[in-house]
Design a protein around this ligand. Structure first.
Ligand code: AMP
Length: 220
């Protein structure tokens, strides 16, 4: 992945099961460190919305809770990080998600890249409860929860007034599939990055601010 000659670009990789709160933490880190938040899931959903070839290929796979093929994802991610806003660094949320993706990414970044990996952890029970009650704003993508973070007005985003919806892959049956896929295909990355001494695990069964402060301490 090209860094436009900025060798010291900070590449923050967020690992963790679906529903652990990666996206919400990514937003906070992005605002604090002035780095773009790149979510491959969001990029794919944009492609689906816009009816692109990639979107057409990804739609059914995503709705089944499986992973989109590595080659498609790598190309999409590489295209995104070439943008000038990534010059000083960027936050990768949901990428890499397989060992093959991590190897391609590591090779492109090179051995002297400034990479920091945060591994957000919570129990299966916690993430399943968080994810199956999750509601997302169609406009600004802020997430709410039916029980734990209710919007002031039902079905309406507090921030921008947009419509809240449940992602098709956040229904319980697909959530269980996604958790299984995470364990099989993404969890090995914890070891992959830990062996390179790039990773810190943060336990996420506590308040968002506490999680955020611990994350920032590691990233500074
Ligand atoms: P997310 O929004 O990160 O939960 O991603 C939603 C879905 O998009 C996943 O369940 C996958 O189907 C697909 N996806 C996102 N990122 C990747 C990736 N790095 N590799 C393969 N599939 C991905």
């Amino acid at each position: 992945m090209e860094n436009h000659g900025t060798k010291n670009a900070l590449v923050i990789i967020l690992l963790g099961p679906p529903g652990v709160g990666k996206g919400s933490q990514a937003e906070k880190i992005a605002a604090k460190l002035h780095l773009p938040h790149i979510s491959t899931g969001d990029l794919l959903r944009e492609n689906i919305k816009n009816g692109t070839d990639l979107g057409k290929k990804a739609k059914d796979i995503m709705e089944e809770g499986k992973l989109v093929p590595d080659t498609l994802i790598n190309e999409m991610a590489f295209d995104r990080v070439k943008h000038p806003d990534c010059k000083e660094g960027y936050i990768l949320d949901g990428y890499p998600r397989t060992t093959a993706q991590a190897e391609v990414l590591s090779k492109h970044l090179g051995s002297d890249a400034n990479i920091k990996v945060v591994n957000f952890f919570a129990s299966d029970k916690t993430v399943a409860a968080r994810i199956s009650g999750r509601l997302i704003c169609r406009k600004c993508k802020t997430s709410f929860h039916r029980e734990f973070k209710k919007p002031k007005e039902e079905g309406i985003c507090d921030k921008c007034g947009g419509e809240l919806y449940q992602r098709p892959d956040d229904h319980m049956d697909t959530v269980l599939k996604r958790l299984q896929v995470y364990k099989e295909q993404t969890e090995p990355l914890i070891k992959f990055f830990d062996q390179k001494k790039l990773l810190k695990t943060i336990h996420c069964e506590k308040g968002m601010d506490e999680i955020f402060n611990e994350t920032l301490d590691f990233l500074k």
